[in-house]
Design a protein around this ligand. Structure first.
Ligand SMILES: Cc1cc2nc3c(=O)[nH]c(=O)nc-3n(C[C@H](O)[C@H](O)[C@H](O)COP(=O)(O)OP(=O)(O)OC[C@H]3O[C@@H](n4cnc5c(N)ncnc54)[C@H](O)[C@@H]3O)c2cc1C
Length: 511
């Protein structure tokens, strides 16, 4: 029997309106979700709401890397790299080994490129040293060894290459698993519910007014403390508390494209473009993920898009090292906004650190930082919350709790396959897909097929997502809209398979 972690929307709205919470988290990106999970684990009564879908903004628009950040070496921030590495390894080893996988990265060194071989070799060595060589020793390799890993690598002018290790994930799926972990720890969560105003009592923020974007109703939530974790919208919420609040952040847009690829790649490519910027070409979801751009943005965060010019730039930059990239192979393009501390200088050189501030009404705001360090940021915020709630430090009581579904994906895939009689077996590609995106929760998805064998069919013949995932997303993963399903619970959009027919069928399944 599958565990029901989801109350109905109506039940959730009622509970939000009725209960008095210790903490209301506004924003269900990875930062808000992390704090919600940790605060619930520490025993607080926590609510989290998001105006759109969980991880519907920046947290599903990342480069999907769980990484130390090689290029931060260039800004000299060794402490940040070491901290990122520590969290990367914790995620990959203790928290989500079923969802986060190791990946080798090749840095090609071309004649006339921004960094020479000696400097790049020393850089990857230092990078691996900062994670205590846990992924091997970063080192120089020959062009021949580089091509063996990345078959499409351009070799004209290639003098050498450098090699280092990091990890990758499907950010939307890791986010939804983290929301689930928060709910299992006791949090109450609602997506598609926008905060339209704050509740104030004698000048102190004590909750928020919400509009349910699905049902259209409005209601309030009361809480002793409110956390603004709205990422690119953080200043907008701060102005709800204090209309005169000065801007605390600035935004930089980063776009990516996803492409069909020919031969499989064994490693990813990190191509230096200039002193600070790199172009990633990453094997991901049987495709190539290319990016990213870095450009100051001052428009409405809800309107951020990858433009034709972004796609041109990404293909041109990636094309410096990758042969045979064709525009017609692009299946998806997307953009997100980096939240950087306000201040002068180019966005590419700006430090990617977390900013935590408290407003005059007591609302805490958190922004910036990395997906990779979400637990660390959650702990920092929880430390502040504990002090503000007048209690003890909350974070130290928390053990490293794994995300739901923890297991070896290989074992899960094998069991999904062998669980059926020969002749009725799950396609091994589908079994692997479920195992690496759900861990042991894949058995709950598979159970749905037992109850209704039609749910074992692929949503689109071109990809491994099956109908049981759509039903599971609706009933257990808070999917409300077609985009929730095609973009974030499954891989249909990134593979370019969310055709009008597919979308119409999914809309029917959701209604
Ligand atoms: C291009 C790019 C690439 C990146 N690549 C990586 C990477 O490879 N690895 C890595 O570690 N990090 C990466 N990052 C950083 C990482 O993605 C972010 O640090 C992280 O996603 C920030 O999460 P967040 O929760 O702060 O913001 P968001 O995910 O944007 O969440 C904020 C949420 O607040 C909600 N919200 C806004 N207003 C309201 C309101 N009024 N009421 C209710 N909810 C509201 C929004 O709907 C949104 O869901 C990348 C970032 C970018 C932009």
């Amino acid at each position: 029997m599958s565990v029901r972690v989801r109350a109905t929307r109506e039940e959730t709205c009622e509970e939000l309106a009725r209960a008095a919470f210790d903490l209301l988290v506004i924003g269900g990106g990875i930062l808000g979700t992390s704090v919600t999970w940790m605060a619930a684990q520490a025993g607080l009564r926590v609510a989290m709401v998001d105006a759109g879908d969980f991880a519907g903004a920046t947290s599903s628009a990342s480069s999907k890397l769980v990484h130390g950040g090689l290029r931060y070496l260039q800004t000299g921030n060794l402490r940040l790299v070491a901290e990122n590495h520590r969290e990367r390894r914790a995620l990959a080893e203790d928290i989500a080994p079923h969802l986060v996988k190791p990946l080798e990265f090749v840095v090609p060194i071309y004649r006339g490129g921004p960094h020479g071989a000696a400097k790049t070799g020393a850089g990857v060595f230092l990078y691996s040293a900062l994670s205590a060589f846990g992924d091997g020793v970063g080192r120089l390799i020959t062009p021949h060894q580089a091509v063996a890993r990345v078959p499409a690598l351009r070799t004209e002018g290639l003098r050498a290459a450098a090699l280092y290790g990091d990890h990758q994930m499907n950010d939307s799926r890791v986010a939804v698993m983290t929301v689930r972990a928060a709910v299992e720890a006791g949090a109450v969560v609602l997506n598609h519910a926008e905060v339209v105003g704050l509740r104030l009592s004698r000048g102190v923020v004590c909750g928020a007014e919400l509009r349910d974007r699905v049902g259209g109703t409005e209601f309030g939530v009361s809480a002793r403390l409110v956390l603004n974790a709205t990422g690119p919208w953080v200043d907008r919420l701060r102005r709800m508390e204090d209309p005169g609040a000065a801007p605390g952040i600035r935004l930089s847009k980063g776009a990516h494209v996803v492409m069909r690829r020919g031969e499989p790649w064994k490693a990813a490519l990190t191509t230096p473009i200039d002193k600070y910027r790199v172009s990633f070409a990453i094997p991901w979801e049987d495709h190539l993920l290319l990016g990213t751009t870095d450009e100051e943005y001052d428009g409405d965060p809800a309107e951020v898009r990858a433009t034709e010019a972004d796609v041109d730039q990404i293909l041109a930059e990636a094309g410096q090292a990758v042969a045979g990239l064709r525009r017609e192979d692009v299946t998806y393009a997307f953009a997100g906004l980096r939240v950087l501390p306000g201040g002068p200088g180019s966005t590419a050189a700006a430090k990617r650190e977390t900013v935590v501030t408290q407003g005059p009404g007591g609302m805490l705001s958190v922004a910036g930082g990395k997906w990779t360090t979400y637990r660390h940021i959650g702990r920092v915020v929880l430390g502040t919350l504990g002090r503000l709630l007048g209690g003890d430090e909350l974070a130290p009581v928390l053990p490293a709790v794994p995300l739901p579904g923890l297991a070896s994906p290989d074992a899960v895939a094998m069991r999904l396959w062998t669980d059926r009689e020969p002749g009725a077996r799950m396609d091994p590609i589908v079994a692997r897909h479920l195992a690496t995106h759900y861990g042991t929760l894949a058995f709950d998805v598979a159970r749905l097929i037992r109850e209704d064998p039609r749910l074992g069919e692929r949503v689109h013949p071109g990809g491994p997502d099956i109908w049981a995932q759509v039903v599971y997303a609706r009933d257990h993963e808070w999917a409300v809209t077609v985009d929730d399903v095609v973009r974030r619970r499954t891989t249909l959009t990134v593979r370019g398979l969310d055709t009008p027919e597919v979308r119409a069928e999914i809309a029917k399944a959701l209604s």
